[in-house]
Design a protein around this ligand. Structure first.
Ligand SMILES: NC(=O)c1ccc[n+]([C@@H]2O[C@H](COP(=O)([O-])OP(=O)(O)OC[C@H]3O[C@@H](n4cnc5c(N)ncnc54)[C@H](OP(=O)(O)O)[C@@H]3O)[C@@H](O)[C@H]2O)c1
Length: 266
């Protein structure tokens, strides 16, 4: 068995490859910056990535637009001999997401992982620069909580679905073990890092405009903002049971995450 790990330089992909290493399972890590290059937007890179693999972890790049790429990729993967697909999407997606449909209709074993927002956005991506600058600017004023998930828990569930029987045909919703508001998140990061970090509330339209100015397309900017305002309004605070049901233990806490991530804010 060789497992193709797409998005292998990202927050979950990197952890999936480390876990596969520890298990002694063969894998091929790919992204636009790996030795074997894989680009969702360049089909000429797909065949080499798929050569000889029997399972694949699919990490789409995160916009609605990539449904087309996933729908084109899945049949090629199946034709190349892939027999098990594990797809990362997101909790709260409307039914009928094209990426999920492609995998469900693939004709091979599939598992879909729908996580909440990753805790690691604050230390490895997206919000890191704002934490370092001392101001997280978001349309999230309010007490609404969200159960941010530890990226290692997503990776552990992905590895279980990739390497074990019993997960085929299942969509797992994954969350952290407790909902925290952005205010609580910022306070915890401030305490552990010793930095002064404050949350700055901005109007929705300004936030969408800022995302688009920084290069996000308008659809993705709106999807992201909708997700943030759902948190603000307390509509995305429910816990999901995917982590305990697959791993037989609770998910890692945000407190644990903050302690582990402290070096990123040093
Ligand atoms: N972050 C969250 O809070 C969150 C929450 C729920 C769901 N998700 C979902 O998780 C997925 C990815 O998460 P993320 O945005 O946090 O990023 P990530 O997995 O940390 O990083 C993205 C990965 O994709 C690779 N990549 C980027 N563009 C690519 C392309 N055109 N072709 C091939 N690989 C490409 C990147 O590597 P290179 O740059 O080296 O190509 C990197 O390995 C998205 O589908 C997102 O919707 C994220």
């Amino acid at each position: 068995m060789t497992i193709l790990v797409i998005g292998a330089t990202g927050k979950t992909g990197r952890r999936v490859t480390s876990a596969l290493d520890a298990l002694g399972v063969a894998y091929r890590p790919v992204s636009r910056h790996t030795e074997i290059r894989f680009d969702w937007t360049d089909q000429s890179t797909w065949a080499a990535a798929l050569d000889g693999v029997t399972a694949a972890y699919l990490v789409p790049v995160g916009s609605n637009i990539d449904a087309e790429e996933v729908a084109a990729f899945v049949p090629q993967a199946v034709a190349a001999g892939v027999r098990r697909l594990v797809l990362l999407t997101a909790r709260g997606l409307p039914d009928g997401d094209g990426r999920e449909r492609a995998v469900r209709e693939s004709g091979v074993e599939w598992t879909i992982l729908r996580p909440t927002w990753f805790a690691h956005n604050f230390s490895e991506d997206f919000f890191l620069q704002q934490v370092l600058e001392g101001e997280i600017v978001l349309p999230v004023g309010g007490d609404g909580g969200h159960p941010f998930i530890h990226a290692q828990d997503i990776a552990d569930v992905a590895v279980a679905a990739l390497t074990q029987e019993g997960h085929s045909g299942v969509t797992y919703e994954l969350s952290g073990p407790r909902a925290l508001s952005f205010g609580e998140v910022v306070a915890q990061i401030g305490d552990v890092s010793g930095r002064s970090v404050r949350l700055v509330d901005v109007p929705v339209a300004d936030y969408i405009g800022a995302l688009m100015e920084s290069g996000f397309d308008s659809v993705y900017a709106e999807v992201l903002t909708l997700s943030l305002t759902a948190m603000r309004d307390g509509h995305d605070d429910a816990l999901s049971d995917g982590v305990p049901s697959v791993l037989g233990r609770d998910g890692r806490s945000f407190e644990d995450y903050v302690k582990e991530a402290a070096d990123a804010w040093a």
